[in-house]
Design a binder for this molecule. Structure first.
Ligand code: S3P
Length: 425
């Protein structure tokens, strides 16, 4: 295990930053490009280990990929069963999307990952894919990885999501491309829309309604994908710049489309000075400018949660430094992310002096309006916990040692470099 000691920032965070390409879009760009006969070009693909795992996975199924400068070329359209088991590493998105993607293939696929993946719930994708006719087994009768999938011969289904999950929606829609008729996914609470938007972009017949998406079976074609910056990574810098006195930071070219920019609204509710510069309605990409200022408490819950679920660790840091008591509710999904993020954040933020309590479905944070303290914290193998704690450290009264820092490679290998960059102005 490696550790990183982060010191309080003096002089504020300044300048302009670019974060890695959006992870959700990157996984889907690889999966769709691998299905499309011909060559797709992906610019700005996430350089984290999660997306690298998906790239290796599509190669194991027969796609060929090459890097040319900042562009990844994917030669797709030839899919066969992999000769070895497919390792998704730490990526829940990879294993769930791949389950749906592989269910469409007439062949055998075995998907597994690291210790964290071994305890992530898979029943949510296995149930609808079995209803479509895929034969899937796994530990605890398919509840846990490894997943063993014998795909092909799928039928279209009309499926109501039991949990608001874009991963499940994505898996079912990807499987639907090879079904015998239309596949509909219905959701009570909206989730990120990348799968349906990207299916439409590569020529699939998709109907997107207010609370449902229907995909018709059929081929997809190659696309030149331009992946914008990841809002979930931008959120770390946005919160850091809110908290570190004297900051004035702009994060460039960030995706701010449906169900991804909820953290900005929450911070604005808390009184943060955050604005979107020149948002482009066509691409839903904008620069985010943030200046430091005092924050007050807020309540987060209900239908806004899926649109900011990954940002709750860093929003909890903002809440700990704000004045008043903030609550995060309806977020039991936090328990089944890369770590149990309720436990992880209570442990880690508590260790640097925050007054934070866990609830079965979220967190209660009693903000003090003062900087957090020095200390040592454990990221528990979770990249977002590690980076949230780095943000806490920047706004604390003394150095914070973060154990398990290596987890950051999952999604943001250059985080430390960017940390230096925005402190060096
Ligand atoms: C993702 C959806 C979310 C999110 C994850 C990425 C996706 O998970 O937490 O980091 O790309 O579809 P759920 O779909 O499980 O809520």
């Amino acid at each position: 295990m490696t550790s990183l000691t982060v010191h309080p920032a003096t002089g504020g965070l300044q300048g302009r930053l670019r974060v890695p390409g959006d992870k959700s879009i990157s996984h889907r760009a690889l999966l769709l490009s691998a299905l499309a006969p011909g060559t797709s070009r992906i610019t700005g693909l996430s350089n984290g280990a999660d997306v690298a795992a998906t790239r290796r996975a599509v190669e194991a199924f027969g796609a060929r990929t090459a890097s040319e400068g900042g562009v990844v070329l994917v030669h797709g359209g030839e899919r066969h069963e992999p000769t070895t088991v497919v390792d998704v590493g730490n990526s829940g998105t990879a294993i769930r999307l791949l389950a749906g993607w592989a269910a469409g293939l007439d062949g055998l696929s075995v998907l597994y990952g690291d210790d964290s993946i071994a305890s992530r719930p898979m029943g949510r994708v296995v149930a609808p894919l079995r209803a479509m006719g895929a034969r899937i087994d796994g530990r605890r009768r398919g509840e846990l990885p490894p997943l063993v999938i014998r795909g092909g011969g799928l039928r279209g289904i009309d499926y109501q999501l039991p949990v608001p999950s874009a991963q499940v929606k994505g898996a079912v829609l990807l499987a639907g491309l090879t079904a015998d008729g239309p596949t509909t996914v219905r959701e009570q609470i909206p989730t990120r829309t990348h799968t349906e938007q990207m299916l439409a972009a590569c020529g699939a017949e998709v109907q997107i309604d207010a609370s449902s998406v229907t995909v018709q079976p059929g081929p997809v074609g190659p696309v030149d994908w331009d992946v914008p910056g990841d809002p979930s990574q931008a959120a770390f810098w946005v919160v850091a710049a809110c908290l570190v006195p004297g900051s004035d930071l702009t994060v460039e070219r960030v995706y701010v489309g449906p169900q991804r920019a909820g953290f900005i609204e929450v911070l604005q509710r808390m009184g943060a000075d955050v604005e979107l510069l020149d948002p482009d309605p066509a691409t839903t990409v904008a620069d985010i400018r943030v200046r430091a200022g005092a924050l007050c408490a807020t309540d987060v819950g209900g239908s806004e949660v899926p649109g900011l679920i990954d940002e709750i660790p860093v929003l909890a840091v903002a809440a700990a430094a704000a004045t008043g008591t903030s609550t995060f509710a309806d977020a039991a999904e936090l328990k089944v992310k890369e770590s149990d993020r309720i436990e992880s954040m209570v442990g880690a933020l508590g260790a640097v002096g925050a007054r934070i309590e866990g609830r079965p479905d979220g967190l209660v944070v009693h903000g003090t309006g003062r900087p957090l303290a020095a200390g040592a914290v454990d990221a528990r193998g979770d990249h977002r916990v590690a980076m949230a704690l780095a943000v806490a450290a920047l706004a604390s009264s003394g150095p914070v040692r973060i154990e398990g820092w290596e987890a950051v490679a999952t999604s943001y290998p250059a985080f430390e470099e960017d940390l230096r960059r925005c402190q060096s102005h």
